[in-house]
Design a protein around this ligand. Sequence first.
Ligand SMILES: [Zn+2]
Length: 178
Amino acid sequence: MKAAACVCVRSVYIPPDPSIDPPYRKRKSALSSSASTIDPAVARDLLARARQARANAYAPYSRFPVGAALLAADGRVFTGCNVENASYGLGNCAERVAIGKAVSEGAREFAAIAVTGPEDGTACAPCGACRQVLSEFGPDLPVVTPSGNAEGYQLTSMGQLLPGAFGPAALAASQRDR
Ligand SMILES: [Zn+2]
């Protein structure tokens, strides 16, 4: 029997959908955006990509498909979906699939992430585990989720979702104290 391939480490870069205008390729300022200033076109584009990724979710147990789209500082977009397992605890979230794909492809700086759950008009915040993992690479990363408002999305940041996060600085401080 052929061994199953790990979906987390498959080739990651999804070329831009030609039907979607990639605004971040034209507006470099979007790559340095903060949670309060992210380009709305970038936010909507990432959310659209997260919805596309959600279509691949493997969620037969929770029946809660999630998609994520992570924008790297170099303009690449890495997507992810949740990948569950019959051994429930081994399931992985869309956000951590996306960041694993990104880091394995050499991306470590990120401009924003969009996350969507099953409902297009309902916010879907990253779980605690994903907040910790995302914070490692972007303690102030803008986070886009769906919303029923006029903009079609709502914006928050990792700093708001995980204030006082444990991160590399805490370990460095510990090393200095020894
Ligand atoms: Zn999660």
